[in-house]
Design a protein around this ligand. Structure first.
Ligand code: TRP
Length: 449
């Protein structure tokens, strides 16, 4: 095999991993989940879930990946100890690849909407009013074209590989994302109604904490950190031996939760500002609007109410932000099947990327053609059921199947003093027992409900 590519620097890895983690899950999912789950109470539980369950699972993936320096299937086969665990490894790895591809197939649809809404004000500036309107009217052709365009962008970055593709684009796009986010927050917080939104977001109502809130927080944390399907495993495999994994993992978890929290400072107040401008922000049952309605109806009311050019400019910035966040996430999903086909079946990267890109575009097309039956179902199957289950299985691999001495010597790489840290003392048994049990318990609870 040709020499394997690596991230060229620590920053490069952090940008790429944060780019994967930070996506629609942070800027859309987290704020709306917070708003509909009791405000700050959800934020609190979310942070506990992120650091107590998602972070250990993230470490499991990064450590397996760096050790094996390979895609998920090959990696799990490598650390297995006999024919049975090898078969289990193949199964878990393959299932992860399928789930990652399915996640991309619905993610590309939503990201396509973001692109369309980003391009609409541009068309308006150019005086192409029909095109501008077409871009924001939900039609099958609009949905198909926008999704396909987004897939073309994703494929073109991934076909360029690790340093020139994933790392370069993440390092370019992530700072831009933060800049746009902060600028939008400053703008929105000065509008009427923002104060009320801030209060809803920041003042906890502890009585709202219940099992379903905890489950939602866990699911949100796993989705947000891109766990279970081998995304973080493959990013870990592009790290060099002397990187300090536990610390990198903490940074990624912190940055991801931090951006989610900051995004809430934008979205929740923005909804209340939109209300001040006449948008209806509560459903009939008194709950706050969420989902597509929030992003594509409530927020545009806010943008439309702004004077002159400001409205379209803010809309453009907002949907650019959403598009960028989606793109640095979608490339990390596509890398999962691409790494498998290039490494295991020897396909050249550009060819593999295009081939898989076409397959996933076909899957997205099928979802769009049967939207009512498939869209929600695919999301639930992948994110609610498969991701936590796969996450628990990966913990089992690290805790029970991988030879303990090899595991410990892998953790030592990159940090000679690790034996004196809390991570060393707690994590190995934690990931062996506590993580799988807690994930399964929450999972079973969701089946019962
Ligand atoms: N974490 C991203 C977000 O918050 C989405 C994402 C990227 C993802 N890669 C993933 C989710 C792999 C699940 C699995 O939007």
């Amino acid at each position: 095999m040709a020499s394997r590519e690596q991230f060229s620097s620590r920053t490069g890895f952090i940008m790429a991993a944060a780019g994967s983690a930070i996506g629609l899950g942070n800027i859309w999912g987290f704020p709306t989940q917070t708003a509909s789950n009791g405000g700050a109470a959800f934020v609190l539980v979310y942070f506990v879930m992120a650091f107590c369950l998602a972070y250990p699972a993230l470490m499991a993936e990064l450590i397996i990946g760096r050790h094996a320096r390979a895609n998920a299937v090959t990696a799990l086969q490598l650390i297995s100890t006999g024919p049975r665990t090898r078969a289990l490894g193949t199964g878990v790895g393959m299932f992860g690849v399928v789930v990652a591809s399915l996640i991309l197939s619905f993610y590309a649809i939503v990201a396509g909407w973001m692109l369309a809404y980003f391009m609409s004000p541009i068309a308006e500036f150019l005086g192409w009013n029909t095109a501008s309107q077409w871009l924001i009217d939900s039609s099958l052709t609009r949905n198909l074209s926008a999704m396909a365009l987004f897939m073309v962008l994703t494929v073109s970055i991934i076909s360029q590989g690790i340093t020139n593709g994933i790392e370069k684009w993440s390092t370019r796009l992530m700072p831009l994302l933060l800049l746009l986010l902060v600028a939008l927050i400053i703008h929105v917080l000065q509008q009427p109604g923002a104060q009320e939104g801030l209060e809803v977001y920041l003042l906890p109502d502890i009585n709202r904490i219940n099992p379903s809130l905890v489950l939602n927080a866990l699911g949100q944390a796993f989705f947000s950190l891109s766990l279970g399907v081998g995304t973080m495993l493959i990013y870990g495999s592009y790290l060099n031996r002397d990187s300090n994994l536990p610390r990198l993992g903490v940074m990624v978890t912190l940055v991801d939760s931090g951006i989610a929290f900051i995004a809430g400072l934008l979205i929740v107040p923005a909804v209340y500002v939109a209300q001040a401008y006449g948008a209806v922000i509560f459903n009939d049952d008194g709950s706050l609007v969420a989902g597509p309605q929030l992003i594509f109806q409530v927020l545009p009311t806010l943008f439309d109410s702004m004077e002159g050019l400001i409205g379209p400019l803010v809309a453009l910035a907002f949907f650019l932000l959403m598009s960028i966040a989606s793109l640095t996430s979608s490339i990390s999903m596509l890398e999962v099947p691409v790494a498998l086909t290039t490494e295991k079946y020897g396909l050249a990267r550009p060819k593999a990327t295009i081939l898989i890109g076409i397959l996933i575009t076909a899957a997205s097309t099928i979802i769009l053609l049967n939207f009512d039956q498939l869209f929600e179902a695919v999301i639930a199957f992948t994110t609610v059921y498969s991701q936590p289950l796969l996450g628990a299985l990966l913990c089992v691999f690290v805790g029970w199947i991988w030879h303990r001495d090899n595991l410990l010597s892998e953790i030592k790489q990159g940090d000679p003093n690790i034996e004196s840290t809390l991570f060393w003392k707690i994590w190995p048994s934690y990931v062996r027992i506590v993580c799988p049990l807690l994930i399964l318990a929450t999972f079973i609870q969701s089946l019962v409900n």
